[in-house]
Design a protein around this ligand. Structure first.
Ligand SMILES: CC(C)(COP(=O)(O)OP(=O)(O)OC[C@H]1O[C@@H](n2cnc3c(N)ncnc32)[C@H](O)[C@@H]1OP(=O)(O)O)[C@@H](O)C(=O)NCCC(=O)NCCS
Length: 219
């Protein structure tokens, strides 16, 4: 077999691992669309935003605000050579005001949440998610998403692996909330462990907080 097929081109993947790089401001627009597509059927996004149009608009605004906020200093955004996915990390010690809940607050996203039928339950869920976050310093994976056309090709794993290696080298733990039960085994394979569950008041959606202790060098 030789040459790069259409899937590999989308994934930025020639042979072996997709190439991972730090994202810059020029990547914001394409990554907003990639992430909005990746999360279009996410259960929590479906809960927060009523209807497909509000969700598409809300997700674009949310990821635009989150990417811009993180690139200003409190975080790091990693992508692949062809911007087919993104991992948005918040540094240890960054003010909590830099977390995704507050990135939402910076954007007019709330208009879509407020206009939705579950506004108070949605805000309660966001507050409960924030409360579940450990106080011990850690790298926080605020968002991980791969363009649906490039999923299952190693993009998400490559994005995770490269930062987790650096996180291990620092001896730091890492933390995330999985908004899909089916992603839990994927994160477990990267060393995260489920530490609990956060449910919406009506029990309609759940998130799984996951913690990863640093691996010893060479481990
Ligand atoms: C979760 C998500 C980020 C994973 O990204 P991805 O790029 O599909 O991840 P990978 O391709 O590295 O791994 C996915 C699976 O494909 C497999 N895979 C990896 N490389 C592969 C390859 N070259 N060929 C075939 N399969 C491969 C992996 O083993 C993995 O299987 P597993 O889940 O059983 O471990 C992606 O599915 C996504 O964006 N989902 C929607 C948004 C979302 O749910 N984000 C996370 C919120 S918690």
């Amino acid at each position: 077999m030789s040459g790069i097929g259409p899937w590999e081109a989308v994934a930025g993947w020639s042979r072996g691992e997709p190439e991972v790089r730090l994202a810059g401001r020029d990547d914001i627009e394409p990554l907003v669309l990639v992430l909005a597509r990746a999360f279009a059927d996410d259960p929590v996004a479906c809960y927060l935003f009523d209807g497909e149009r509000a969700r598409a608009r809300g997700l674009r605004r949310f990821f635009g605000a989150q990417l811009r906020t993180m690139m200003m200093g409190p975080g790091e955004v990693w992508t692949t050579s062809r911007a087919s996915g993104a991992a948005i990390w918040v540094r240890p010690g960054a003010p909590r005001a830099a977390t995704w809940r507050d990135a939402v607050r910076l954007a007019p996203v709330f208009a879509d949440v407020v206009l939705g039928g579950r506004a108070s339950a949605s805000f309660r869920l966001l507050a409960d998610v924030e409360r579940a976050r450990p106080t011990q310093e850690h790298w926080y994976l605020a968002t991980l998403g791969t363009d649906p056309r490039a999923q299952g090709r190693g993009v998400g794993s490559a994005l995770l692996r490269s930062t987790l290696k650096a996180v291990d080298d620092e001896g730091m733990p890492a933390y995330l909330e999985s908004s899909k039960r089916q992603n839990v085994p994927f994160y477990m394979r990267h060393g995260f462990e489920v530490t609990g569950v956060v449910r919406s008041v009506d029990g309609a959606v759940s998130l799984w907080p996951m913690w990863r202790s640093p691996r010893p060098p060479g481990g």
